[in-house]
Design a binder for this molecule. Structure first.
Ligand code: OSB
Ligand code: MG
Length: 402
């Protein structure tokens, strides 16, 4: 059941998919390799009253994080997800349900679904965060009164890519800790792990929140892996994120049994069902949620409720999104189940400039204000989208809703 029928909605007069190049300041190196360029997919819908919805499909340019790429997300959104969504009506939960027939391709689905959440918030004249608070715990039913209290600001952490030297990394750790960031995450990989994490722990002190992310770069069947993990286990880390392969739930369960530090899963969790399975297997005690990776906002709300009921620490990861994708992440983080700081460095850390304005910044106390503006909460700079445009596809909205 939905609160408004599709028939009552103003018609969508424009539905387009845009690929946009973002000017990455420097390459971002992780256990899966180096990301040198950043192209994102934007989904943009406009209704006859001028209300707009924006969504971002934040797959990376390459298939080294997960199978999806910018190009595959562009094609999937254009050929399948957006046409299916337009036929489903305009209610975000209906769109989410319609897109569930698509297997995988979570980033593309999320980009499309997000545009409909944004459109709805814009029509209701409320911020995305408030819409999410009204949608959570409804079992994907009618959007009603807010069911949970919202935060007005969220805690920010930084994810620090692998650098050439430990000194360089430690300089970045000190810079961000000094700026007030509430948590530091270091990218690690075999050969770049214990030394850098130990050095970071030393400069940060015992009480600071520190964690590592291997992006699936350790081999679960190699005895040397356990040795490194046991070394990391002595550093008082908040979690060890995705140490083993992206599809190795069982390996993570076996590893978690040997460690006191919570294992956190990122790549392995691509749906609410994945999270349920991981918790049941004991494959993690901490959850990184990226709305794109899990297939959208509706799935994110399910995972939010699941983690809250299991008392599992939950936090929002990042995909080096533009301000469009980050807006959804920030709004989700305003929900009470997001108990740990998010990977939410502002655009100024990664990019020469953002496509939204004003871009958010991290305050001296390490927090980011949750936008109070209706809809996305940020102004999309159409001129910058146009100047960075790689390709564009218009999807025929059809007349089926009217
Ligand atoms: O593993 O969390 C990750 C960026 C791209 C792909 C995967 C990851 C990351 C990050 C960056 O860690 C976090 C951010 O967007 O600030
Ligand atoms: Mg990660």
């Amino acid at each position: 059941m939905s609160d408004t029928s599709a028939r009552a909605c103003p018609a969508i007069v424009l539905a387009e998919v845009l690929e946009v190049r973002l000017p990455l300041l420097k390459a971002f190196t992780t256990g899966f390799g180096t990301t040198e360029t950043r192209r994102i997919v934007l989904v943009h819908i406009v209704d006859e009253e001028g209300h707009e919805g924006w969504g971002e499909a934040a797959a990376l340019d390459h298939p080294y994080y997960l199978p999806e790429t910018t190009s595959s997300a562009f094609a999937l959104a254009t050929e399948w997800a957006l046409p299916l969504a337009l036929r489903a009506g305009q209610e975000p939960f209906e769109v989410a349900r319609a897109l569930e027939v698509i297997r995988g391709n979570t980033f593309a689905r999320a980009g499309v679904e997000s545009a409909f959440w944004c459109l709805k918030a814009s029509r209701m004249g409320c911020p995305l965060s408030e819409l999410f608070a009204r949608a959570v715990r409804t079992g994907r039913g009618a959007v009603g009164e807010a069911a949970v209290p919202l935060r007005s600001s969220i805690a920010a952490g930084e994810s620090i890519g692998m650098q050439t030297t430990i000194e360089e990394t430690i300089a970045e750790v000190e810079l961000r800790a000094g700026e007030g960031y509430r948590r530091i995450k270091l990218k690690i990989a075999p050969g770049w792990d214990l030394d850098v994490a130990t050095a970071a722990r030393r400069v940060l002190g015992e009480d600071a929140m520190l964690q590592v992310d291997a992006n699936g770069s350790y081999d679960g069947s190699d005895p040397a892996t356990l040795e490194v993990m046991e070394g990391l286990d002595e550093l008082g880390l908040a979690c060890i994120e995705q140490p083993l392969s992206w599809d190795d739930l069982l390996g993570h369960a076996k590893l978690q049994e040997r460690l006191k530090t919570p294992v956190c899963l990122d790549e392995s969790l691509r749906s609410p069902a994945d999270v349920r399975r991981a918790l049941e297997l004991g494959a993690c005690r901490n959850v990184n949620l990226k709305p794109g990776r899990v297939g959208g906002v509706a799935a994110s709300l399910d995972i939010h409720d699941l983690c809250m009921s299991h008392e599992i620490p939950l936090w929002c990861g990042g995909m080096l999104e533009s301000g469009v994708g980050r807006a959804v992440n920030i709004a989700l983080c305003a929900l009470p189940g997001f108990s740990e700081p998010a990977d939410m460095s502002p655009a100024s850390v990664f990019y020469a400039w953002d496509i939204v304005e004003p871009a958010y910044e991290v305050d001296r106390d390490g927090t980011i204000a949750v936008p109070a503006r209706a809809g996305l909460g940020f102004e999309v700079r159409a001129d910058r989208v146009a100047s960075q445009l790689v390709r564009r596809a218009v999807v025929e909205a059809g007349r089926s809703e009217r």
